[in-house]
Design a protein around this ligand. Structure first.
Ligand code: XIL
Length: 337
């Protein structure tokens, strides 16, 4: 089978396909850059739109890497995802220290103004709040982050209103993880996310989209399509579009024969993507990288320094940038959807 562009196959069904990238992959790795151009209609900055990557010291902002990504998207006609304005884990320490004390919301306002002022038109959809749900230690299903403390229990509303004011054309999203599987934690998280979206829509808060990260995990399986199907229908019923924002597959057994490993990963991705594409509100899919070589999962505890054959194989291309069964599986799912 000839290698066809994932984004072209997706576009034939009215969907978009994209990947997360880092700027050095585009400038220092011509083959990877070509792979992005061949296969993607959208990119998400993996790191360089995050607050701690931009404003390393108060008021001192380095936009150069983010500018490079925006320019790459602009010059090649790719959609750009604004990821992410608010995320506890990517907030600079100097800001966290104030926010955690329940003060300094004006730092959030200044950050939003800087990012949306510069990229509000370049990026069509923004993850305004990343990972707001915590059903285990949160309050009413919301993670009690520093932003929650500084902005109050309605900090998500405040953030969305602020983003709308600063970037009236942009589509605004919240983005979250661990809503994919048939277990009590994921089930509670699905319910909490639905409640949050329902509350926001009822109060006319400017929320256009929900991002589902889809960091799939073979240890949490089996994936049950009906659960995702129902969840997506419930979300769509609340009046938001849906984007699959960070798809990858974490393996459970990296000692199995390679062909079996790749088949397991491919089956999981195909099942998930095919189910997602049944839902008309799902606009597109982005994988969290293209090549296993660049996957954030290689940085997970116990993985660093793993022998090449033990690297996680949860993205469409292997470490040598050759397409794997996951690539063909996604292509088939897009073609069918
Ligand atoms: C990850 C990046 O891949 C890493 O390189 C970085 O060190 C930390 O963030 N959920 C998200 C993404 O929303 O932003 C995260 O990306 C992965 C989990």
């Amino acid at each position: 089978m000839p290698m066809g562009s994932l984004s072209r196959v997706a576009a034939a069904g009215g969907r978009s396909f994209g990947t997360a990238v880092r700027p050095e992959q585009l400038t220092g790795d011509a083959r990877l850059a070509q792979l992005v151009l061949d296969n993607c209609a959208a990119i998400t900055p993996e790191i360089h739109f995050k607050w701690n990557a931009i404003e390393y010291a108060p008021g001192q902002r380095n936009f150069a890497p983010a500018d490079a990504l925006a320019a790459f998207a602009g010059s090649h006609g790719l959609a750009l995802r604004g990821h992410a304005l608010i995320w506890e884990q990517s907030t600079p320490d100097w800001a966290l220290r104030r926010l955690a004390k329940g003060e300094g919301w004006e730092l959030v306002e200044a950050h939003f103004a800087a990012m949306l002022g510069r990229y509000g038109a370049a990026a069509q959809e923004w993850d305004v709040v990343n990972e707001p749900i915590d059903t285990e230690q949160g309050v009413h299903g919301l993670r009690t982050t520093s932003f929650y403390r500084a902005g109050g229990p309605h900090y998500i509303e405040r953030a969305l209103h602020l983003a709308r004011r600063l970037a009236p054309q942009a589509r605004l999203a919240i983005n979250d993880y661990s809503v994919d599987y048939d277990n009590p934690v994921d089930a509670a998280r699905r319910t909490a996310l639905l409640r949050l979206v329902e509350r926001l829509k009822k109060a006319d808060v400017p929320l256009d989209a929900v991002g589902l990260q889809a960091h799939l995990d073979l240890a949490k399986g089996p994936f049950r399509p009906q659960i995702l199907r129902t969840f997506l229908a419930d979300l769509a019923g609340l009046g938001v579009t849906i984007t699959i924002t960070e798809l990858d597959v974490k393996e459970a057994d990296r000692r199995a024969p390679l062909a079996l490993r790749d088949a397991r990963v491919a089956a999981e991705a195909q099942s998930y993507v095919a189910t997602a594409l049944e839902q008309p509100a799902v606009r597109g899919v982005t994988t969290w990288g293209l090549s296993d070589r660049d996957s954030w999962l290689q940085d997970a505890p116990g993985q660093a320094g793993a022998r090449p054959e033990r690297l996680n194989r949860g993205l469409p291309f292997d470490a040598a940038l050759a397409p794997k069964p996951m690539y063909w599986a996604m292509r088939d799912a897009f073609a069918a959807g």
